[in-house]
Design a protein around this ligand. Structure first.
Ligand code: OAD
Length: 268
């Protein structure tokens, strides 16, 4: 794909780039998205039974077992060329703010520092009562596809139930993370939205904020989404294919991408 010169110039000259990612950026690592028909997690599982505070109160073992299955799944997957290109972009531009809706930790494993994780992390559970962090072993229990009932551990400080470290439907985003994301969207000159359906608020508001203050908003997605009407440039394709090509065309004289780590597997 040949990218528009406006985009390549803006990328080379940007002073503050915001990259906003969703589940699509991890799809080529083998991690299912949420809303893709048939394969999406919310096509196979009921979000109301698994991703709300009420669900956890009603059946902690069902919810904990499902999130532990997901944690095991993402730990077996590797970052892909999309994650790695975003980490590389941070070395090319004066300032990059990476905001993700993902809870899989793959951006961090690809080498992106200081990720603003709007929806928390599968890897940082905490006590549902007192909030104390609860470290987990790197290797979760082996669980069948879709998980199995598994009682959550108890908090070492107060004995309360430990819950997954993700933001559930009906809960607020972590305040400082959201404030940092808003201020980046309000100050950037280029925002790349990668692999998100742009259906979940407040994350979906960030590209609109960026566009309102004059930033160029660019979307990378194989499908048409709610963002198509807002983004000035819509690049149809997958993250692991488009992002490295974009980097190579913006900086054609450089070795565009570091080689993937030797142990990288295409999917888990
Ligand atoms: P969705 O599942 O809603 O959307 C995934 C998007 O990725 C879709 O628009 C796909 O077309 C696109 N996509 C699929 N494969 C891709 C690829 N290889 N490269 C690029 N794009 C691809 O996921 P999110 O938008 O991330 O919230 O969902 C937002 C939130 O809804 C999630 O963080 C989660 C969910 O409920 C919580 O868990 C709180």
């Amino acid at each position: 794909m040949l990218f528009p010169p406006t985009l390549l110039n803006r990328l080379r000259e940007t002073r503050h780039l915001v990259v906003l990612t969703g589940a699509g950026v991890s799809q080529e690592s083998g991690i299912p998205t949420f809303r893709d028909a048939l394969t999406g997690l919310w096509a196979r599982f009921d979000a109301e039974q698994l991703a709300t505070p009420e669900a956890f109160l009603a059946d902690p073992a069902l919810v904990w077992g499902w999130y532990e299955w997901r944690r095991g799944q993402v730990l077996r997957c590797q970052p892909n060329a999309g994650h790695r290109t975003i980490a590389e972009l941070a070395r090319r531009v004066p300032r990059l703010t990476l905001i993700t809706q993902n809870v899989d930790g793959l951006h961090e494993r690809a080498g992106s520092p200081a990720v603003l994780a709007l929806h928390g992390s599968l890897h940082r559970p905490h006590c549902a009562d007192c909030g104390q962090a609860h470290p987990l072993p790197d290797a979760p229990s082996a669980l069948p596809d879709g998980g199995a009932c598994l009682p959550p551990p108890r908090c070492g400080a107060c004995g309360g139930l430990v819950r997954p470290g993700v933001v559930w439907f009906g809960e607020s985003l972590p305040v400082e993370v959201w404030q940092a994301a808003q201020s980046a969207a309000g100050a950037c000159d280029l925002l790349l939205s990668v692999g998100t359906s742009s259906l979940v608020s407040p994350a979906a508001e960030l590209p609109v904020m960026a566009a309102d203050q004059g930033a160029l908003v660019v979307q990378i997605n194989p499908a048409v989404t709610a963002l198509n009407a807002v983004a000035q440039i819509n690049l149809r394709g997958t993250a692991a294919r488009i992002l490295p090509e974009l980097l190579a065309q913006a900086w054609p004289d450089d070795d565009a991408m570091p080689a993937p780590p030797a142990q990288e597997a295409p999917c888990c």
